[in-house]
Design a protein around this ligand. Structure first.
Ligand code: NDP
Length: 249
């Protein structure tokens, strides 16, 4: 049987890169996207290929629907199928009080985190849906515990995008279950990646240790395990779940 194909957006670093490598290890063919860090993406592809699977990296600004359209057409051409989508690409802006957030910033975070995930999910559903000739599939939306904490004094904009992502998971999981597609969300807590530098505080995971019941930040591979489980057959009856991977926070 042909190997299944998974698309991981933002697979060049952090949680996306670990997810891509674990999926490759489990035998999935792989497409990852990067926004600017081609060298990092190429390195992940090389490591993934060492598991004997086919892996490709594609440049994508997920907020640009033309680029999303071209990405999915490229997958059609190269693989002829898509079995799983990990909506992982996401951005955060420097820590700010709510009133000081410029509108351009708010729009930017929503365009990447929300609109980008919506458009990728639309393209994936078009290909996976049984009623459209697909084989079914699985979508995992990478949210955040910020969706329920709210990000006060730091990034309410980012937190709100993750609230929207949770609602996407809940609604879409009910809409496309009949089409053989499972849709779930993973909500990481404080995970050690480069994203915290983008928020202006690379030591944030270490500083917040005491606020986490397990008294440590998580590692990207610990989130990857949950994501790859959710797209696997082992999770065949899991649909519409929002799985916290947050050390109990
Ligand atoms: P990183 O900052 O380490 O990596 C972000 C990834 O997204 C990179 O691959 C980057 O590509 C890509 N990316 C950035 N901007 C765009 C864009 N406009 N279009 C497409 N891709 C883009 O992030 P993390 O691994 O930490 O985060 C991954 C996901 O997990 C995000 O959705 C984030 O919100 C979520 N999350 C992270 C937490 C954490 O503590 N780290 C906690 C909760 C949720 P490139 O390398 O080319 O720049």
């Amino acid at each position: 049987m042909a190997k299944k194909v998974v698309l991981v957006t933002g697979g060049s670093r952090g949680i996306g890169a670990e997810t891509a490598l674990l999926a490759a290890e489990k035998g999935w063919n792989l497409v990852i996207t990067y926004n600017s860090k081609k060298t990092e993406a190429d390195l992940i592809i090389k490591k993934a290929q060492s598991f004997g699977i086919r892996a490709l990296a594609v440049k994508l600004d997920v907020s640009n629907e033309q680029e999303v359209d071209e990405l999915f057409k490229y997958i059609d051409k190269e693989f002829g199928r898509l079995d799983a989508l990990i909506n992982n690409a996401g951005i955060i802006k420097p820590i700010s009080s709510f009133v000081d957030m410029p509108v351009a910033r708010i729009r930017d975070v929503f365009n990447v985190n929300v609109v980008g995930s919506f458009v990728c999910a639309q393209e994936a559903v078009k290909r996976m849906a049984l009623s459209r000739g697909g084989f079914g599939g699985a979508i995992v939306n990478v949210s955040s515990t910020a969706a329920r904490i709210g990000g006060p004094n730091e990034f309410i904009d980012y937190a709100a995008t993750k609230g929207a992502i949770d609602t996407l998971t809940l609604g879409l999981s009910k809409e496309v279950a009949v089409d053989g597609i499972r849709v779930n969300g993973v909500r990481p807590g404080m995970i050690t990646t480069e994203m915290h530098a983008a928020a202006g505080d690379e030591n944030r995971p270490d500083k917040f240790k005491s606020a986490i019941p397990m008294r440590r930040a998580g590692e990207a591979f610990e989130v990857a395990s949950a994501i790859v489980w959710l797209i696997s057959e082992e999770a065949s009856y899991v649909n519409g779940a929002l799985l916290d991977v947050a050390g109990g926070r």
